[in-house]
Design a protein around this ligand. Structure first.
Ligand code: SF4
Length: 241
């Protein structure tokens, strides 16, 4: 089980319904460049890139797809080569056997049921082999029709620290978030938390003294008076006694 950050949210900072608006607003100002880091130029490339991104970094996927998407342009292309060839072409993303099998299975369903196009509904996407709820949520959101909120490791950690959920299970966290976050922000919200999580709210040592959410965050490590004055935290010298 991944580490839980629920207990870090201890300070009284007000109701989450009242905090969510300013949290989104400030994060949008702070990270105007927040967006998916996976590169794709079509719905099909998006689907394949997201499927390849399991258990690896976006940088790694982009490196592989740069060549992959020149060779494989249509669903048929993934089925036209022996599976071993596709495995070799995606080898560097890890779990290449399972991923190749899933991609080919998904391509088959696209051709048989959707005329080679990527469906938009979550319930259709999760029926594609190898497409779990998180992948489906990412694809639907990037296609402009978010039907849920993506919960990855950053979204989980920040939601817990910000006191937006008391749950550890991603499905329950998503349920809390969709009740709280305005519908028109479902697509951008995970990107904001992911970028804030990478730049400021780091897993091991969050930079609370630099964080624009310090006064809204029940897990902030900045002293209360300093948060209210918006002053940067200063380290106290160790006590001499
Ligand atoms: S970095 Fe910001 S969001 Fe993270 S714990 Fe500190 S104050 Fe909260």
């Amino acid at each position: 089980m991944a580490r839980s950050y629920v207990r870090e949210a201890r300070r009284p900072v007000g109701r989450r319904r009242e905090r969510i608006g300013p949290i989104v607003e400030r994060l949008e100002r702070e990270h105007p460049d927040a967006a998916i880091a996976l590169r794709s130029r079509s719905e099909l490339e998006l689907l394949v890139a997201v499927m390849l991104s399991a258990q690896t970094t976006d940088v790694n996927v982009n490196r592989v797809t740069e060549r992959l998407f020149v060779k494989y342009r249509r669903p048929e292309d993934y089925l036209a080569v022996p599976v071993e060839e596709l495995e070799r072409d995606i080898y560097q993303t890890g779990f290449y056997r399972q991923k190749a099998k899933s991609i080919r299975g998904a391509m088959r369903v696209l051709l048989e049921e959707y005329d080679g196009r990527v469906p938009r509904r979550l319930e259709q996407l999760v029926r594609l082999p190898g497409v779990a709820r998180k992948t489906a949520n990412v694809v639907a959101a990037e296609l402009g029709d978010p039907q849920g909120i993506v919960v990855d490791t950053h979204v989980r950690r920040l939601s817990q620290r910000l006191g937006l959920t008391r749950h550890d299970d991603p499905v329950k966290i998503e349920q809390d978030l969709v009740r709280l976050v305005p519908r028109e922000k479902w697509g951008i919200f995970p990107h904001l938390l992911i970028w804030h999580g990478r730049r400021v709210c780091l897993a091991r040592s969050p930079r609370c003294e630099e964080c624009v959410l310090a006064d809204l965050c029940p897990a902030s490590r900045v002293e209360r008076g300093e948060r209210q004055r918006g002053v940067r935290a200063t380290r106290r010298p160790p006590s001499s006694s």
